[in-house]
Design a protein around this ligand. Structure first.
Ligand code: SAH
Length: 508
């Protein structure tokens, strides 16, 4: 996530775009003088590591407390999963190429919210092999007469370099992002690069000829090796193409996926839907513990990788669909097919209402929600809780040490439908809801009380308690018109349980 943030483009262009890398470094050293806890010369200027000057234990404490606060209305948190060695964990590194004022070739990251390139030679988060490869490329450009791309004039060739290092396999993919498809002496360039780094297993040219802050363009040409790398997570092998999403911190990803599968509590019989599945990672790890798995993902390349991955791992009980997850969920809900567990791992923006609505209609017993953005997670949990789900467990995982980002995995379960009904005479207008009431239906409150407290309560009792809480204003809510005087009165324990439900649904 850190790189995503660094790449943010607020659309502003600065008149004086160029930096002198030396000036830059001096300036940032001065800044860091007052921040003795970090040795990074571009701390703050780069904007990638907001917490680099905070000792790691304190970072973890801060993240844990923040998440506890954000999720306090839903459930208590399981132990936060921190990282044992929180350095050089990013196995995907993207460097933007440019020139400083003196014409020296630099590579690094966009200063947050701008198109200034902050030169980075050694990053405390990035894989060191990846940084060394990027340094070699910087050194080779001159002798190969490859110009860096200039965003203002549109001249030049090399825009970015993306390096991905397989954690378990050691395979290395280098993607050269060029402004045009012609790369001079590409074979010799690969030869020279591999002479320094024989560990490179594939080199791909990606063409991005658009004025955009997106790193990768559409077209690709493999100039060395197979055009992808493989990596292993939780015992499965995964093919990773340049454009496929694959988590950047493999050590913590294993812990995250293990927690997600633990929460799913699979017995070997379930139908599992892995939504926003990327290259099929979570679904494939779940497949050996489930009856069958369905994966859905929007990105074509990722789905292609997912299909190959299933074959490669000899997993036959998994199918993939390339589709918008919301649309797909709607179709599944309408088809009447049964799904027991939904695993969902949406992007930072969270899930769509179409998806969540279809999810509620599909009504799986369990939902395991993996999120990289607590704010959208809370928003989506609120929606699901109102529609009859309860958050059972949640756990924070530090996927991005030294940054403010935090990953969360949550388990939600469907509250059972009430098995017994008690008939109560109430007029229809007594069941009208005001806007304050509309947060949870009488049925949802009854389900919650039965599930959590083992008590059956009537609409009348709920209405009585609501009135006591000041949610219902009208006089007749706790009175049946037909029997104005003798009303059964809600007992103390039931009242307590109903109050708990009202609190749970955020109504009091
Ligand atoms: N679960 C995977 C990927 C998670 S990242 C993993 O752990 O590796 C989120 C994924 O959602 C990305 O692969 C992205 O391409 C996909 N995505 C984004 N919007 C989507 C949508 N509307 N429908 C389906 N997939 C979507």
């Amino acid at each position: 996530m850190a790189t995503e943030k660094r790449r943010n483009d607020n659309g502003k262009r600065y008149a004086d775009k160029k930096y002198d890398s030396k000036q830059m470094t001096q300036k940032t050293y001065r800044r860091t003088d007052s921040k003795p806890n970090t040795s990074c010369p571009v701390f703050k200027t780069c904007g990638g590591c907001q917490l680099l000057d905070v000792p790691y234990e304190k970072q973890v404490k801060k993240k844990r407390e923040q998440l506890t606060e954000q999720l306090k209305t839903f459930c208590k948190l399981d132990d936060f999963i921190s990282m044992e060695n929180p350095a050089h964990y990013r196995h995907k590194v993207t460097a933007t190429f440019d020139r400083d004022r003196k014409g020296n070739i630099i590579s690094g990251v966009y200063r947050e919210g701008t198109h200034y390139v902050v030169p980075v030679e050694h990053c405390l988060l990035e894989n060191q092999k990846a940084d060394a490869i990027i340094a070699t490329i910087r050194g080779l450009l001159k002798s190969f007469k490859i110009k860096t791309y200039d965003e203002d004039s549109g001249y030049g060739l090399l825009r970015h370099v993306l390096v991905r290092v397989g954690y378990a396999t050691g395979q290395v993919m280098v993607v050269l992002v060029l402004a045009s498809p012609i790369m001079p002496s590409k074979n010799n360039f690969v030869k020279a690069l591999r002479k320094e780094h024989p560990e490179i297993t594939t080199v791909v040219v990606n063409v991005n000829d658009k004025r955009t802050s997106m790193v990768l363009g559409e077209k690709e040409q493999v100039i060395y090796g197979p055009g992808f790398i493989e990596d292993k997570l939780c015992g499965c092998t995964f093919k990773i193409s340049p454009k496929s999403f694959y988590q950047v911190n493999p050590v913590q990803t294993e812990k995250l996926y293990t927690k997600a599968i633990e929460y799913a509590g699979l017995t070997g019989k379930e139908t599992v839907l892995d939504a926003y599945c990327g290259t099929g990672t979570i679904g494939m790890i779940a497949a050996s513990k489930a009856g069958n798995v369905i994966g859905v993902e929007l990105n074509k390349d990722a789905v292609r990788d997912a299909v190959t991955n299933a074959k490669r791992n000899q997993i036959s009980n998994i199918r993939f669909y390339q589709k918008d997850a919301g649309e797909f969920m709607m179709q599944v809900a309408e088809s009447g097919d049964k799904v027991d567990v939904v695993l969902m791992d949406p992007p930072r923006s969270g899930s769509s209402e179409v998806f969540l609505d279809a999810l509620c209609r599909l009504s799986p017993k369990k939902v395991v929600y993996v999120s990289c953005n607590p704010e959208t997670l809370v928003r989506d949990l609120e929606y699901l809780v109102k529609r009859g789900y309860r958050v059972e467990r949640a756990c924070g995982v530090d996927m991005f040490p030294n940054t403010e980002h935090v990953e969360t995995v949550c388990l939600l379960s469907k509250l059972h439908e009430a098995k017994h009904h008690v008939n109560v005479t109430l007029d229809m207008d007594e069941l009208d809801v005001t806007s304050a009431e509309s947060k949870a239906t009488y049925e949802e409150i009854k389900d919650y009380v039965l599930e959590k407290h083992g008590l059956q309560v009537t609409n009348l009792y709920i209405a009585q308690v609501k009135r006591k809480c000041g949610i219902i204003e009208r006089e007749n809510y706790n009175k049946s018109k037909s029997e104005d005087t003798k009303q059964p009165q809600c007992s103390e324990d039931k009242e307590k349980a109903i109050r708990d439900a009202l609190e749970h649904f955020g109504m009091v």
